[in-house]
Design a protein around this ligand. Structure first.
Ligand SMILES: [Ca+2]
Length: 425
């Protein structure tokens, strides 16, 4: 309660400051004038949200399933996973969670009003040892159920077994963000599943950004290299969990986790290679445990973040000189950049059309923990970095998993700790 009161007071003060003195203050107005509302709490790893224009919010919980929060605050539990209680209208016994994997991204069809379709990404054991699937479903008229599940993508790699790496558990690097682009296609981000072969593989669809239609077919405009799965928009990623579209250029930009160094923000180019290749015997390396060089013990023990970047680059320009260069590398740190969104609307002031990235804060090997939301300002054409500012939060930070701009222009943020927050300018 006391925190809430102090936030309100701060807002009132800043509101005056904005009214009387906003002429030249660069970022001061926005950094302190956010209001906070707790939208939902007590959730189990809320992973993603998707909105209808009236504020209806679909959301996933990684180990529970899909639910919807109506504009009046009522919640309907729609589709549960294996082992969830019977709160859900229906249960899918093939959907499960393990480690980083589970029910993840959710997107609403831009034509929802006509077709009532939503799209959800989840791990499934319908085929052994499991894959990730993108499911299309129809939402019932009263928003209390979903039906007509159709798996439009059923072959995204999943990591079934633990490997001999730190953080090497099942379900690792599972990608999982689903977004409709301004071009009307679905963009699905996938991860490398700790498999050295996946990122540069033309046929395994982990470590990719896929661009597909509502039936899961490749977008005709995709231009991957010859021999690649035609659904490939970009490849050579490590584990993309954030994708957003520049509000004026419409270009997709991704945020992905770095390997003990160098989280990356990358402007995508159709058919481009993001340059991650953790195979042994690449970039001057020798053999690696489990044929995966993403986590070498010598990196953890003996190198700083810059030496790690040279040893196991997030973007290997020596091997792939034409790789898509990152716009930003989080100053060489790896802290778990997860979701991305753009702030649109005049209410955001100086931050209008800036990108926001949610950072989960992974403290490793001297890395500052840094749970935060970064505001990343780009040049007008979206190709260059102008400034990065840490958002001053009007509430306690957490592991920021998902950032979504709501239809009301506010930023909605979910944290692994179980909350969905609303931040309004
Ligand atoms: Ca890269």
């Amino acid at each position: 309660m006391s925190q809430h009161v102090s936030v309100l007071s701060a807002c009132a003060l800043v509101a005056s400051a904005v009214t009387f003195g906003m002429t030249s203050a660069a970022h001061a107005a926005n950094t302190t004038s956010l209001t906070h509302t707790a939208v939902l709490s007590g959730l189990d790893n809320p992973w993603d949200m998707a909105f209808l224009p009236d504020g209806t919010m679909f959301y996933t919980e990684k180990c529970r399933g899909l639910s919807v929060r109506m504009p009046d605050g009522t919640v309907h539990a729609l589709l549960g996973m294996k082992g969830t209680d019977d709160d859900f209208a229906s249960t899918a016994e093939d959907l499960f969670c393990e480690g980083q994997a589970g029910m993840m991204g959710v997107a609403v069809d831009p034509d929802f009003e006509q077709n009532r379709q939503i799209f959800v990404y989840s791990t499934s054991d319908m085929t052994a040892p499991g894959t990730n699937r993108l499911m299309r479903m129809t939402v019932g008229d009263d928003f209390t159920s979903v039906a007509d599940r159709t798996d439009i993508v059923d072959d995204v790699q999943y990591k079934p077994k633990a490997t001999d790496h730190p953080f090497g558990g099942p379900g690792a690097h599972n990608g999982g963000r689903v977004r409709f682009g301004p071009d009307g296609y679905i963009y699905l981000t996938t991860g490398d599943t700790h498999n050295g072969e996946v990122p540069q593989s033309p046929t395994l669809i982990g470590s990719k950004v896929l661009r597909i239609d509502r039936d899961g077919n490749a977008a005709a405009e995709n231009t991957p290299p010859e021999g690649f799965d035609p659904r490939t928009y970009t490849y050579g990623h490590r584990n993309v969990q954030g994708i957003a579209f520049h509000p004026t250029t419409n270009t997709p930009i991704v945020a992905e986790h770095g390997p003990w160094h160098s989280d990356e923000i990358t402007v995508l180019v159709n058919g481009g290679n993001a340059g991650w290749d953790p195979r042994p015997n690449m970039a001057g390396r020798g053999d690696c445990p489990d044929n995966y060089c993403g986590y070498m013990p010598n990196q953890m023990e003996g190198m700083n973040r810059f030496e790690r970047a040279a040893f196991m680059p997030m973007t290997d320009f020596d091997t792939y000189p034409d790789a898509m260069p990152p716009l930003w590398d989080n100053n060489g740190w790896s802290q778990g950049t997860s979701s991305a969104a753009f702030l649109t609307g005049e209410a955001w002031g100086d931050w209008e059309n800036a990108m926001v990235v949610g950072i989960m804060g992974i403290g490793f090997g001297g890395t500052p923990i840094g749970q935060r939301i970064d505001v990343i300002q780009l040049s007008e054409d979206g190709t260059e970095l102008v400034d990065v500012t840490e958002m001053t939060l009007p509430m306690e930070a957490g592991r920021f998993r998902s950032l979504v701009l709501g239809p009301d222009g506010a930023l909605y943020a979910s944290v692994d700790e179980g909350e969905i927050h609303k931040l309004a300018p």
